[in-house]
Unconditional design. Structure first.
Length: 76
């Protein structure tokens, strides 16, 4: 069974408490390292700003797809 929008949103929301605990225990300047990340030395501040940017970008994409499907426009 594929992921439905409802399941995807539930999974995203379920990850919030763990992410909140992680951020609360870290410093804005803590650096993360991951071999698959191009930046390689991103600090927590950068990661969170990037997360907000990506969330907004993908929400915008979803809004465009929804508008193409049903013709309804958002609040603008």
């Amino acid at each position: 069974m594929g992921r439905t929008p409802r399941r995807a949103c539930a999974s995203y929301e379920a990850s919030a408490p763990e992410a909140t605990r992680f951020v609360a225990a870290a410093s804005w300047d803590d650096v993360g390292r991951h071999p698959g990340c191009r930046s390689g030395n991103a600090n927590l501040r950068w990661m969170l700003i990037h997360l907000v940017e990506e969330t907004g970008r993908h929400a915008g994409h979803a809004s465009i797809v929804r508008e193409l499907l049903d013709g309804a426009k958002g609040y603008h």
